[in-house]
Design a binder for this molecule. Structure first.
Ligand code: ZN
Length: 468
């Protein structure tokens, strides 16, 4: 049978506002004890009145604009009714038929994925299951939650993963969300169905995909499950499925329809007029987005497309890179190599962010300059950088203390080379028999005797000359 896969995504992002969506509680609850960031509004007490967060609406408009959406003149909030213990009021304030952004798109690897809508709602409380008992933490309830809904234009699990990855970078560039999937501030649900020989089958909603690799694995599993079911003549049903870390999806419940939620306009928040002037002001203030950043890094800064792609897709690293460029003494390509190599390795090992690490951009540039000018070798440079990360001291200081200046003095290198030749007569004979690859071994011996400080090019030349 000829199969096609049809995928649509719903991505939820907690917005980085200081206060919650409809009350003044602080959103900075990550390290707080349960139920300490709460008030009568987010606890859903009777008689309280919600007030919409201006910044959250602004962030949603910015995201919608970055995703090429149209911003209607008017928007409104609606009540989505369902009963579940994570919902304090018995309903969630969301947006039903008048979202903030509509009809946009995002290009992913040359393919245009339609954006159906971008809307704003409130996050729900967190349920913690302990044995037979369930605990409710209301701190998360009322956090502004933006939802981006794609059109069913995605045709493979790879494209779905790529889309969410790109969206996350855009949110980070806009500064509207952290996009941290591990902490649950970015979450993704997917609708997936298949077509076989042109005939469509019921769609399945997959939830709990908590990482980019989880999105890929869940959809790959689901695509295979649905195809096998059709091939065996089994009946597929419209349902909601969860995803477990073991890599399988499992049936949770039959899928809800919009009518199950009995949406109606939120009576406590009047519809909002979205002022054109405001929208245009936000449009003109949008920062440079990843695609144009990448293009500029290639065309104006001179990075290779590969370097530009890696740098521009990591916002904190990209910010660091751009500060380094203000130091005139270093070449952009060299900075990029260091950032993507040993620097990233150190950052990952320390589990820190480039903007918080002890090695400031001017310090890294000083080190790069020491290597580029031949004062120390690249290998020593990597070790020095490791020590800079540990101690926060400058490159010059460490180099002086350790005495790792590269040996570029010809007499000095020649003396060590002579010593190595006299101690390795077997290798010398091999070389004279034409086994030129032993040169690498002899260079290694010189390096060993000089603790890696001899200039490698000079060493190779000197050895060749002496052997001949
Ligand atoms: Zn509150």
């Amino acid at each position: 049978m000829k199969f096609e896969t049809v995928i649509g995504l719903e991505v939820h992002a907690q917005l980085s506002t200081r206060s919650k969506m409809f009350c003044g509680c602080s959103t900075d609850y990550a390290n707080s004890p349960p139920n300490t960031h709460v008030c009568p509004v987010c606890l859903g007490m009777p008689g309280v009145l919600p007030k919409a967060n201006h910044k959250a609406i602004e962030y949603t408009i910015m995201t919608a604009l970055a995703l090429n959406c149209r911003i209607p003149d008017r928007t409104k909030f609606d009540r989505k009714n369902y009963s579940y213990p994570d919902l304090m009021k018995g309903y969630q304030i969301s947006q039903y038929d008048a979202p903030i952004g509509v009809g946009g798109w995002m290009d992913v690897e040359g393919k245009r994925i339609g954006i159906e809508r971008v809307h704003l709602e409130e996050d729900v409380a967190k349920l913690i299951h302990k044995g037979s008992c369930t605990l409710v933490d209301v701190n998360r309830s009322g956090i502004p939650l933006m939802e981006v809904v794609t059109r069913p234009d995605i045709s493979t699990p790879e494209e779905a993963r790529e889309f969410v990855g790109r969206l996350r970078i855009i949110l980070q560039y806009l500064g509207v969300a952290s996009g941290n999937m591990e902490e649950g501030s970015l979450r993704c649900d997917a609708n997936i169905s298949i077509r076989a020989n042109g005939q469509g089958f019921p769609k399945v909603e997959v939830k709990n995909m908590n990482s980019l690799s989880g999105i890929y694995r869940a959809l790959e599993y689901e695509e295979r499950r649905q195809r096998e079911a059709v091939e065996k003549g089994e009946k597929l049903v419209q349902e909601t499925r969860g995803f477990s870390e073991e890599g399988v999806t499992f049936s949770q419940r039959s899928k809800e329809y919009a009518s199950d939620y009995r949406y109606f306009p939120e009576p406590d928040i009047p519809p909002l007029a979205l002022d054109r002037k405001w929208v245009e002001e936000l449009r003109s203030c949008l920062p440079e987005l990843p695609d144009s950043k990448k293009e500029r890094l290639v065309k104006e800064v001179g990075l290779s497309p590969y370097q530009a792609d890696l740098i521009s897709s990591q916002k904190p690293l990209c910010d660091y890179f751009e500060i380094c460029l203000t130091e005139n003494k270093v070449k952009p390509g060299e900075v990029a190599n260091w950032l993507l190599g040993e620097f990233s390795h150190q950052i990952n090992q320390a589990g820190t962010d480039p903007k918080d690490c002890q090695v400031r951009p001017h310090m890294l540039c000083e080190l790069i300059d020491l290597v580029a000018s031949g004062k120390i070798s690249g290998t020593s440079g990597q070790k020095v950088l490791g020590e800079m990360f540990q101690s926060g001291r400058g490159a010059e200081e460490i180099v002086q203390e350790r005495g790792v200046y590269q040996i570029t003095d010809e007499e000095c290198v020649r003396a060590v080379a002579c010593e190595v030749i006299s101690q390795n007569q077997k290798a010398v004979q091999d070389f004279r028999k034409g086994k030129t690859q032993v040169l690498t071994f002899l260079v290694g011996q010189v390096m060993k005797k000089t603790q890696g400080r001899a200039n490698p090019g000079l060493t190779a030349n000197t050895l060749t000359e002496l052997l001949k």
